[in-house]
Design a protein. Structure first.
Length: 298
């Protein structure tokens, strides 16, 4: 029972992290049909931005709660700026091109942004442990759980609930749903598809940066973290179904629990299990678990 509980908690924590990162990626694909490789750079900038904010804040001995808020806000502001610059300056120039061209453009943007990280922060690593220590731990039986990890689960649950509410019950959510289903028909009914694209891309960038910010205290903030996370995010999105937010949630839960079980029971297959699960799901459901209905044009 103790091992099962540990697997459940570890799986939920890892799933929360994956969902926060993957939701921005799947949102951009669902609306714009772009496999955004640059999403990994949004995560990287969020992590570095959070490391910078934490170093400035906690060194001054200010209240801990403000440090959590500052690192998230600073990272999301970076994501907003990057998303706006990339969408307005690059992506809108290639809308309507072949999907392969779009992927190559985002890959080129990813390489440029990685070089900008080196120019701004240098090649060294940053440790952002202060929020993790400030959050403290809680004992549950024989297990010692980090309050920060539990908070991560709460943040992911709130994000999932807010995303569902925004898509189902707000005007922008309805406009977004219309564009996802059929952008040509949406444009014919007067929806400004370009504005929807811009807002969606910026929101996706901010969510990617948020993922980097909240994971910064748990990892070494160093070069290459964006490459690892974009591969994991693609795996989650492929399992859940490209463009499906509920699919991203279910995919993250599946990957999180399976990885945690592998770590605790068969650690030798930890690196393989994520991609093994993805291959198994795609063998049965080639388009993922949740596939959006496609309009039939006559």
């Amino acid at each position: 029972m103790l091992t099962a509980f540990a697997i459940l908690i570890d799986g939920l924590v890892y799933a929360a992290y994956l969902f926060i990162v993957a939701i921005g990626l799947t949102l951009i694909f669902g609306v714009m049909k772009i496999l955004n490789v640059a999403h990994g750079s949004f995560y990287t900038f969020g992590a570095y931005g959070a490391a910078t904010a934490v170093a400035i804040y906690f060194d001054r001995g200010l209240p801990d709660a403000g440090g959590f808020l500052l690192m998230v806000l600073f990272a999301m502001i970076l994501g907003l700026a990057l998303g706006l610059i990339l969408e307005r300056g690059v992506m809108r120039l290639v809308y309507g091109r072949d999907e392969v061209v779009m992927v190559l453009v985002t890959y080129a943007a990813f390489l440029v942004l990685e070089d900008i990280v080196i120019l701004v922060w240098g090649p060294g690593s940053y440790a952002t442990y202060q929020p993790l220590l400030a959050a403290g731990n809680i004992e549950v039986g024989e297990l010692i759980l980090s309050n920060y990890d539990l908070g991560l689960i709460v943040v992911a649950a709130l994000l999932a609930a807010v995303s569902y509410w925004a898509l189902k019950f707000t005007r922008y959510g309805m406009l977004l749903t219309a564009v996802i289903f059929d952008r040509e028909t949406a444009a014919a009914f007067g929806i400004n598809v370009r504005v929807v694209y811009t807002v969606t891309f910026v929101i996706g960038a901010m969510l990617g940066a948020l993922g980097g910010a909240i994971m910064a205290p748990k990892i070494a903030v160093t070069l290459g973290i964006g490459v690892e996370v974009i591969v994991l995010a693609f795996a989650v999105v492929a399992i859940g179904g490209m463009g499906s937010i509920e699919g991203a949630l279910v995919g993250a839960l599946i990957v999180g629990i399976c990885r945690a079980a592998a770590v605790h029971l068969v650690p030798q297959v930890e690196l393989f299990v994520i991609y093994g699960v993805m291959a198994l799901v795609l063998m049965i459901r080639p388009y993922g678990l949740f596939v959006r209905a496609q309009p039939r044009k006559i």
